[in-house]
Design a protein around this ligand. Structure first.
Ligand code: NAD
Ligand code: TDX
Length: 339
C-alpha cells in the first residue's frame, strides 16, 4: 500500500486515524477527501499540514467525477470514514444520512472498482446490530437489526460492501466498532458534550433513566485496529472492534463529573431519545485472535487524558457550541442541557 485515500479525515476518528497512519507507516502517502460538513474541521489536522506525505482534497464522496479524477491519479487502498454520524440528527432528518452513508459509499465502491483499488475498508459501527438485552454480546454473525435512520444507513452501506465482494469480487472489508472517545470529538456526542457543559458551569442532560449501556473504546485503539485490518485483514471479512468496557450512561456521567471536580447535582434527567438502543456490547475475539490486535488504553486513564485535552483546547470547542445547536437541543429535549 503506497497511496491511501482516507474519506472523512477531517472528522473525529478520521483525523485521529490520519495522524496514526502518518506516524506508523513511514512509506504511505495519505490523501484526505472531506467535504467539511459541520463535523469536519481542518483545525483537527493542523499539526500534519506540513507533512509532505499528506494531502487534503475538499470534496464530496457522492461526486463520481471527482472520485474518478482522484482515483485516476493512483490510489491503492481506501478507508471510508465519511458519514453523517449522529443518531439524534438522523431522527430529525434522514436525507443527509442516506445521501452520504448509502449513496456516497456506493459511489466510492464503484469508483474504487473502476480504478482497480486493492483494498477497501468500510468503517462501520456496532449500532448496525441493534440493541441487546441484559446478556450477550454482538459477534460478526449477529443479524443486522438497525433501529435508527443513522444505523439503518450504515447497515445499508455494509450490505453494499458485502454484495460487491460476494458477487463482483471487490476487495471490501468491514469494521464494526463500539463507542469511541478522545480528542477532537464533536461536542454533540455524549462525552465531549458533558465535559464542555461542565466546564461552562452548566448541567448535563441524561436521557431517560440513564441506564442504557455503551461499550467504550479510546479512539487511538480503534485507529490501531483499523490499521491492522487494512494491513492484514482478509478480504470479504467483517471485524468487530471493542475494548470490553461496558458502562451505563449514569456510571459514565458520574465518572465524568468526578473527573471535572463537580457534584451529581449537575445531572439533569431529560426526555429519552426515541427508539433509544438499550445496550451495546462487542465480542472482539475475532480481530484479537486473527490479527493480533488488542486495546492498549485503560478507560480511566484515557478518560483523564481526554478531560485534559478538552480543558486545554477551549478555543477548539467554544466556537462549535453555537446558538443553533443549543436551540435544537432545547426544542428536542427541553431542560438546560445540550450543546
Ligand atoms: P464525524 O461526524 O466526526 O466525522 C465525519 C466526517 O465525514 C466529517 O469530517 C465530515 O465533514 C465528513 N463527511 C460527511 N459527509 C461527507 C461527504 N458526503 N463527503 C466527504 N466527507 C464527508 O464522525 P466520526 O465520529 O469521526 O465517525 C467516523 C466514522 O466512524 C463514521 O463512518 C461512523 O459511522 C463510524 N463510527 C463512529 C463511531 C463513534 O463512536 N464516533 C463508532 C463506530 C463507528
Ligand atoms: O445529551 C445526551 N445525553 C445522553 O444521555 C447525548 C448526546 C447522549 N446521551 C446518551 C445516548 C446514548 O445512550 O449517551 C449515549 C451515547 O450517545 P451518543 O454520544 O450520541 O452516541 P451513540 O448514539 O451511542 O452513537 C455513537 O456510537 C456509535 C456515535 O455517535 C456513532 O457514530 C457510532 O456509530
Amino acid at each position: 500500500m503506497k497511496r491511501l485515500l482516507v474519506t472523512g479525515g477531517a472528522g473525529f476518528i478520521g483525523s485521529n486515524f490520519v495522524r496514526w497512519a502518518l506516524r506508523n507507516w513511514a512509506d504511505v502517502d495519505v490523501v484526505n477527501l472531506d467535504v467539511l460538513t459541520y463535523a469536519g474541521n481542518l483545525a483537527n489536522l493542523s499539526d500534519v499540514e506540513g507533512d509532505g506525505r499528506y494531502t487534503f482534497m475538499h470534496g464530496d464522496i457522492t461526486d463520481a467525477a471527482l472520485l474518478d479524477r482522484l482515483m485516476g491519479e493512483g490510489i491503492d487502498a481506501v478507508i471510508n470514514f465519511a458519514a453523517e454520524s449522529h443518531v439524534d440528527r438522523s431522527l430529525m432528518s434522514s436525507e443527509p444520512f442516506v445521501r452520504t452513508n448509502v449513496v456516497g459509499t456506493q459511489q466510492l465502491l464503484d469508483a474504487a472498482r473502476r480504478h482497480g483499488v486493492e483494498r477497501f475498508l468500510q468503517v462501520s459501527t456496532d449500532e448496525v446490530y441493534g440493541s441487546l438485552g441484559a446478556e450477550g454480546e454482538f459477534t460478526e454473525t449477529t443479524p443486522l437489526c438497525p433501529n435508527s435512520p443513522y444505523s439503518a444507513s450504515k447497515a445499508a452501506a455494509d450490505l453494499l460492501c458485502h454484495a460487491y465482494h460476494h458477487s463482483l469480487g471487490f476487495p471490501a472489508m468491514i469494521s464494526r466498532c463500539s463507542n469511541n472517545y478522545g480528542p477532537y470529538q464533536f461536542p454533540e456526542k455524549v462525552i465531549p458534550l458533558f465535559l464542555t457543559n461542565l466546564f461552562e458551569g452548566r448541567k448535563v442532560p441524561l436521557y431517560g433513566d440513564g441506564l442504557n449501556v455503551r461499550d467504550w473504546i479510546y479512539v487511538e485503539d480503534h485507529c490501531a485496529a483499523l490499521g491492522a485490518i487494512l494491513e492484514k485483514g482478509s478480504l470479504g471479512e467483517v471485524y468487530n472492534v471493542g475494548a470490553d468496557c461496558e458502562l451505563t450512561n449514569l456510571d459514565l456521567t458520574k465518572r465524568i463529573i468526578a473527573a471535572c471536580g463537580r457534584d451529581e447535582d449537575s445531572i439533569e434527567y431529560v426526555k429519552d431519545r426515541p427508539g433509544h438502543d438499550r445496550r451495546y456490547a462487542i465480542d472482539s475475539s475475532k480481530i484479537r485472535g486473527e490479527l493480533g490486535w488488542s486495546p492498549a488504553h485503560d478507560f480511566d486513564d484515557a478518560l483523564a487524558r481526554t478531560v485534559r485535552w478538552y480543558r486545554d483546547h477551549e478555543d477548539w470547542w467554544r466556537g462549535i457550541k453555537s446558538g443553533e445547536y443549543r436551540e435544537y437541543y432545547q426544542k428536542q429535549y427541553g431542560g438546560g442541557g445540550g450543546v
